[in-house]
Design a binder for this molecule. Structure first.
Ligand SMILES: Cc1cc2nc3c(=O)[nH]c(=O)nc-3n(C[C@H](O)[C@H](O)[C@H](O)COP(=O)(O)OP(=O)(O)OC[C@H]3O[C@@H](n4cnc5c(N)ncnc54)[C@H](O)[C@@H]3O)c2cc1C
Length: 436
């Protein structure tokens, strides 16, 4: 489907934009820029090819709004599962404590909540970026950057000159490290003490058992909360696969950070042995050779995302815990907003002004979302006892709509939902950048 027509940027044919990283953030920025008529957009990606990595990803209403603006939402819906609701449950007996109706969120905010495989989302954005004229250079590791003139040094290829550099190089961003060093700051990601297992089950493995078949058939995202851990699961790939991601507090184990680290099935099963039989049945089906476990890290809020002609975007600027499903959503919003503000300038000397405007529009919101995810993680993992009983009561009350009860699970909190899903960030950016 053709993306909506947008006013062409005055500098569309002359401003050269480099993007470091072809993740969801970098691709979102590329689509947004090309849509506005920028014809010199180059993505440098270190990987030799773009592969389908990751698993399920929730696309919340605010992210749907951005993807709709990019003209990829309808295509993506074909591979997606539209969720009707979530269900927050107690680990030991599978009892539902609270729920959020995603249908009512759609009524409130105009967009659905769905889940897709990250590979499908990535492919949809990549195809759109290339179709609109983005140049994608794989095997291109950005090893140095000049902040004053936005040139980038590509390993084995030398320096390339651009007018703006968008650093969408993920949580391990080297450009962020260089930017912080210039300010005399130390770039440190924080070990959150949490790690994740990821399991994907094929439909055929679950169909034999009526209870598990219902799980993969129902358009419901389930959250099981237990001491020091929780699990999120939902169907993906048009109900042909089931995605399970756990988060657990780690001990002294040395768990790597990368998403491909193979894990022990026996250790995972032991960790969740006190969970209800339905959970244990799911884990018993996990294919041992595909099970992965990795450490979850975040970054403290940065002083600034901008240095001269360089801007951080996505996880490089605001890496988050996954507990309110907003990491990719925030990266997508960043991409749409940076495109909107750059499309307003009429002189290349105003690039920094536009980037500072992007930061004003984005940083408070993204840092706040990171904090909501962190708080949620803490609340989900309390040990059994008085604090857990009080939390469960609050979740139940908030879910029943009892006024003035804030939901300890921010994914289901009405005020958090309003702030996250209710803002049209592109419309806001158009207004703000009218003043550029
Ligand atoms: C378990 C889990 C579940 C999640 N679930 C959700 C969810 O439901 N909803 C949601 O919205 N978000 C979710 N997220 C978050 C989301 O996946 C990330 O926030 C998002 O993918 C970040 O995108 P990015 O483009 O900023 O970074 P990345 O995806 O990390 O992309 C960075 C890219 O830059 C490239 N690169 C790095 N350095 C260089 C260099 N020097 N030169 C060239 N290229 C370079 C990398 O190869 C990579 O391709 C989840 C995350 C986790 C861990």
């Amino acid at each position: 489907m053709a993306p909506p027509l947008l006013p062409r940027a005055p500098l569309g044919s002359s401003l050269s934009v480099a993007i470091c990283g072809a993740g969801i953030g970098g691709l979102a920025a590329a689509v947004g820029l090309c849509q506005r008529g920028f014809s010199h957009v180059t993505i440098y990606e270190s990987a030799p090819e773009i592969a389908e990595v990751g698993a399920g990803i929730q696309v919340a209403p605010n992210f749907c709004r951005v993807l709709d603006g990019f003209g990829v939402l309808e295509e993506l819906k074909k591979q997606a599962v539209r969720l009707e609701r979530n269900s927050v449950r107690r680990y030991a007996n599978n009892k539902e404590l609270g729920r959020t109706s995603f249908a009512s969120l759609e009524e409130r905010f105009g967009f659905p909540t769905f889940v897709v495989h990250r590979g499908d989302l990535h492919k949809a954005l990549l195809n759109k970026a290339v179709e609109l004229g983005t140049t994608l250079r794989t095997n291109s590791f950005v090893e140095d950057v000049n902040f004053e003139d936005a040139s980038v040094k590509i390993k084995g290829q030398g320096w390339k000159k651009h007018d703006v550099l968008i650093a969408a190089d993920g949580i391990k961003s080297q450009i962020r490290g260089k930017m912080m060093a210039r300010r005399g700051e130390v770039d440190e990601t924080i070990d959150t003490g949490e790690a994740a297992y990821r399991v994907i089950l094929n439909r055929s493995a679950m169909e034999e058992d009526p209870e598990l078949k219902q799980l993969i058939d129902d358009p419901v995202a389930i959250r099981w909360m237990g001491p020091d851990a929780h699990i999120v699961s939902y169907p993906i790939k048009a109900h042909k696969a089931y995605n399970i991601v756990t988060t657990h507090i780690t001990g002294a184990e040395d768990i790597p950070e990368d998403w491909t680290n193979k894990a022990s099935k026996a250790t995972m099963q032991a960790r969740f042995s006190a969970y209800a039989p339905i959970v244990r049945k799911l884990f018993a089906l996990a294919p041992s050779d595909e099970l992965v476990e990795w450490k979850l890290r975040i970054h403290l809020p940065l002083t600034s995302w901008i240095d001269n002609r360089v801007a951080l975007l996505g996880d490089s600027a605001h890496a988050t815990l996954p507990h309110i499903a907003q990491g990719a959503a925030m990266a997508g919003e960043d991409g749409a907003v940076i495109a909107a503000v750059l499309s307003k300038i009429t002189d290349k000397k105003d690039v920094n002004k536009a980037l500072l405007s992007y930061e004003r529009l984005r940083k408070t919101r993204a840092d706040w979302a990171v904090e909501q995810a962190r708080i949620t993680g803490h609340n989900l993992h309390v040990p059994d006892g008085p604090e857990q009983i009080a939390r469960d009561e609050m979740i139940a009350k908030a879910s029943q709509g009892v006024k003035s009860t804030s939901n300890p699970d921010k994914w289901g909190d009405k005020d958090v939902q309003a702030r996250l899903y209710g803002l049209d960030v592109v419309a806001q950016a158009q207004q703000e950048s009218a003043r550029l």
